[in-house]
Design a protein around this ligand. Structure first.
Ligand code: FPP
Length: 246
């Protein structure tokens, strides 16, 4: 298991803000829910291609704590899609060596979803090809706040230890690249701690039309950037400095 974590951590951690489902659907005279359904198809495509494109960890922003403010029917449809995804996708995730974990609050999710998440996480726990993290009822600020509350009880604290409290994972690689679709250019409370040095890539593409080739393009732009992590020398993707040395 340790070697799996190590080898996955040699690969990139990419976060994606999957934006534009509603606009994509409305422009086609479809319901917003149809846009979210098309968004799930994109998730399938991107999860399939991610390991082949050098990604070891993929974090997808599916539902923020602020998304509860959407119309009830849309929230219910998103929850139904999540439930359906968990039920229908596990076999294929296991087959493809994808480990699924869900980050964010679970106590406000409709009945049964928290249990379905726990089951899906257990069923996929051995996946070594890709760590897929889906953010649901998620707020980066809340994650940091909760970690701070836990840290208050400790007498000493390192960045690594605090990182584990924020992410819920020992040794999770910092986010290398955050992609946001649909032309919006903000982080919207996504991965604020783990993405401290993330490169940002914004594309006009709506999430339902985002293809494997768009991911290739984003990664090519990423590889062309010089990451210096506050120093003067470029640091290659395999040489990301540990938190304590940044
Ligand atoms: C943003 O587009 C998208 C969301 C708030 C939901 C993303 C959810 C999915 C892709 C599907 C459900 C997820 C899973 C894991 C089953 P928007 O609706 O805000 O688009 P708009 O800005 O054009 O209105």
């Amino acid at each position: 298991m340790q070697s799996e974590i190590t080898s996955r951590n040699d690969k990139l951690h990419v976060g994606i803000i999957m934006d534009g489902n509603g606009r994509w659907a409305t422009r086609r005279g479809l319901s917003r829910v149809r846009g979210h359904e098309a968004g799930v198809e994109t998730i399938r495509r991107i999860v399939e291609t991610a390991p082949k494109q050098g990604i070891g960890t993929l974090t997808l922003y599916a539902f923020s704590t602020d998304n509860w403010r959407r119309p009830k029917a849309e929230v219910a449809a998103l929850m139904t899609l999540l439930r359906f995804y968990l039920a229908s996708e596990v076999q294929s995730l296991v087959r493809n060596g994808v480990r699924l974990t869900v980050i964010g609050r679970r106590d406000r999710l409709p009945e049964g979803i928290a249990t379905a998440i726990t089951r899906a996480e257990a069923a996929t726990a051995d996946g070594g090809a890709l760590h897929l993290r889906i953010a649901v009822d998620y707020s980066a600020r809340d994650a940091i706040l909760n970690a701070a509350a836990k840290a208050a009880a400790l007498t000493s604290l390192t960045r690594e230890a605090f990182s584990q409290l924020v992410t819920g994972e020992a040794g999770l690689r910092d986010v290398d690249l955050i992609i946001r679709t649909s032309g919006e250019k903000r982080l919207s409370d996504f991965l604020l701690w783990e993405g401290a040095y993330a490169e940002l890539h914004f594309t006009e593409r709506m999430w339902p039309e985002f293809e494997a080739s768009d991911l290739t393009e984003a990664l090519a732009a990423f590889h062309n950037r010089e990451r210096r992590f506050g120093g003067l020398q470029a640091i290659l993707p395999g040489e990301v400095p540990s938190l304590s040395r940044v």
